[in-house]
Design a protein around this ligand. Structure first.
Ligand SMILES: O=C(CO)[C@H](O)[C@H](O)COP(=O)(O)O
Length: 215
């Protein structure tokens, strides 16, 4: 599955870019929320997500890069989030957070930074619908893929298989047409792509090219 990252869209033409994703072979909208505290950047928040939701014909996969994410679960549900991911590094009571997200009717995701070992997920994997594995340090689009992520994907895939979980593995950061096949081969189910899609001459065709690799 391909999840274009709205972070790299043209905000002056956001409606156009949302329509492009609607018409493309993308499976999800990846929506990055940054607070300038958990990550050294500020992106956008609830009003923008509400606006995207009005046009979007595919699920909104919202990635919270914020401190104290649990304060805002209901707000993100009301704004239109279908999948809500919190960072393991930002969640003091991660298990409770996953339960709360599900109780609100959303799929529950856990995002994990490049420095955090996969073992940090072992006690919550059965309660997690999606792991958003960061393959760059979060905060900015257009960075290079960190190669050790491939080992982490394999390790996570093994954990999911051994525990009998049905968690999807999403890879976020530095995904390109050149490395996508290797990432899929390692075990990824969802590829987030921001810069690769939106800097392409034909973003819709780029989504289609990435999608073809995932089949
Ligand atoms: O979460 C993110 C940044 O924190 C972005 O989703 C991620 O970096 C994708 O962007 P790109 O494909 O341009 O690397």
């Amino acid at each position: 599955m391909i999840a274009p990252s709205v972070l790299s869209a043209d905000f002056l033409n956001l409606g156009r870019d949302v329509e492009m994703i609607n018409e493309s072979e993308a499976a999800l909208f990846h929506v990055d929320v940054m607070d300038g505290r958990f990550v050294p950047n500020i992106s956008f928040g609830l009003p923008v997500i509400k606006a995207i939701k009005k046009l979007a014909k595919k699920a909104l996969d919202v990635h919270l890069m914020i401190v104290e994410p649990e304060k805002y679960f209901e707000d993100f549900k009301n704004a239109g989030a279908d999948i809500l991911s919190v960072h393991v590094e930002a969640s003091v009571h991660l298990h409770r957070s996953l339960q709360s997200i599900k109780a609100l009717g959303m799929k529950a995701g856990v995002a994990i930074n490049p420095h955090t070992p996969v073992s940090a997920l072992s006690e919550v994997i059965m309660d997690t619908d999606l792991v958003c594995m960061m393959s760059v340090n979060p905060g900015f689009g257009g960075q290079s893929f960190i190669p050790n992520t491939l080992n982490k994907i394999r390790e996570l895939k093994k954990m999911i298989t051994e525990k009998g979980a049905s968690t999807l593995i999403e890879i976020d950061g530095g995904v390109t047409l050149e490395n996508a096949a290797t990432i899929i081969e390692a075990g990824a189910d969802v590829l987030v792509a921001g810069n690769t899609v939106f800097s392409a001459a034909d973003p819709k065709k780029m989504i289609s090219d990435l999608h073809r690799l995932s089949k």
